[in-house]
Design a binder for this molecule. Structure first.
Ligand code: NZQ
Ligand code: ZN
Length: 381
């Protein structure tokens, strides 16, 4: 196990009716910028609950943070936060609203263009306190420091790291209104977050391994129940907590991580508009197959413990495990090949070009360069 220092400062407020806690959690003397997406929270009653809880607070609203939040939209929100001298940001929505709000909170205290904060991490110094009411289990953004920001003009998508949310409210009932496609993408995203922190090498930490395998098995168990009844509170609560636990740092203590699948997936979203979770179900099978040399032992452990798959021929076992993983993604209603989503050779070529220009070497062994990324994509054409 590697050395580590761990401190996650987000307070989690979980359960039915928990949006009412905003009344006491948001400082009464603050001027709050409330941030929203495209309107789902108005249809499902979340907006009314937030406004009711904050009726004695001073609030300003910003609407229109889109899926894969763009710098173009966030610049307008930052200008509003500055103009109104807001000193607290409360995001209400999915991961995109929460991610975007992390950049808004940082941008409000930054003199230059917020895109520079994304591209040059050393420029980041501080941010307004921000908190979240999350309505889509997937990203873990409610309890991590990450955000992923897109640039519409250049068709790029990059990560940005800020502070942890001060608190996050998770009411599973808010997820009842999610479109089934977003639920599928959220389940896939959660699954692949765990995989990217687990599917490296064996023997690093038995505790992290069992914890990660536990979340994977939980997602596999709960997915069909959710498909059958998305209004089942216990199933949605389990999914919601799994998503948070999948990317709040808890399962990454002292172990190496990968993230190559995510970085390639981000390019598919930036270039072809594929929904984040769906980009991962396409790339992961390719990553597993092309990197079976270095990841083989861990793939076999994953196959045996999570799926009960064993075979005397190592190569056959690995193929069976990848096929089973793909079957799971397909059971969610998602695809696992580029052509099924209309992605052709020109996208693969562009991703290889970008990886070369950025001199990227991804994965736990830094072995995924432009050439290997191309091989991964070729494997899932
Ligand atoms: O915009 P509104 O109208 O609110 O609708 C949203 C949006 O259209 C809708 N939605 C959200 N909650 C709903 C709902 N509809 C009905 N009922 C509800 N309860 O769902 C649509 C998608 O929302 P979005 O926020 O884009 O989805 P998600 O939470 O999957 O976030 C995706 C973004 O997060 C980034 C992704 O790259 C992508 O940009 N990620 C962030 C991470 C992080 N911060 O750590 C890690 C992840 O790997 C990921 O990269
Ligand atoms: Zn993700």
């Amino acid at each position: 196990m590697n050395n580590f220092i761990f401190q996650n400062t987000t307070k989690l407020i979980f359960g039915k009716g928990s949006i009412a806690s905003l009344t006491t959690e948001v400082p009464l003397d603050s001027k709050v910028l409330l941030t929203f997406g495209g309107g789902s929270v108005q249809k499902n009653g979340v907006y009314n609950q937030v406004i009711e809880a904050l009726k004695d607070h001073h609030t300003i609203e910003f609407w229109g943070i889109e899926p894969n939040p763009t710098i173009e939209t966030l610049r307008a929100a930052i200008a509003l936060a500055k103009q109104e001298s807001c000193d607290f940001v409360l995001a209400v929505g999915g991961g995109s609203v929460v991610d975007g709000s992390k950049l808004i909170a940082a941008g409000a205290l930054f003199d230059g263009d917020a895109w520079d904060l994304v591209r040059k991490p050393s420029l980041y110094k501080s941010a307004l306190p921000m908190a979240a009411v999350i309505t889509l289990p997937a990203t873990g953004s409610e309890m991590n420091r990450g955000a992923v920001i897109s640039n519409k003009a250049t068709k790029e998508k990059f990560s940005f790291f800020s502070n942890y949310p001060v608190f996050s409210v998770l009411d599973p009932e808010t997820t009842f209104s999610l479109p089934p496609y977003q639920v599928a993408c959220g389940l896939a995203d959660t699954f692949v977050h765990v995989i990217e922190q687990y599917l490296t090498t064996t023997g690093q930490s038995p505790l992290m391994d069992r914890w990660a395998e536990g979340i994977l098995q939980t997602i596999i168990e709960v997915a069909p129940k959710i498909k059958e009844n998305q209004h089942d509170y216990e199933s949605m609560a389990t999914f919601m907590l799994s998503a948070t636990m999948g990317l709040n740092g808890f399962i990454a203590l002292g172990v190496s991580q990968d993230w190559a699948t995510h970085m390639i997936g981000h390019e598919l979203t930036a270039l072809n508009g594929i929904t984040h979770g769906h980009s991962l179900t396409i790339v992961l099978p390719g990553t597993m197959w092309i990197l079976r040399g270095e990841k083989g032992d861990k793939i076999l452990q994953y196959g045996k413990r999570v799926w009960g798959i064993e075979h005397s021929d190592r190569e056959v076992a690995i193929r069976m495990i990848i096929d089973r993983t793909e079957e799971f993604f397909r059971s969610l209603g998602l695809k696992t090949r580029l052509h099924e989503n209309g992605v052709g050779q020109e996208t693969i070529d562009e991703i290889k070009k970008r990886f070369t220009e950025r001199n990227l070497h991804l994965g736990e062994n830094r072995s995924v360069d432009a050439h290997v990324a191309g091989e991964i994509l070729d494997a899932v054409k």
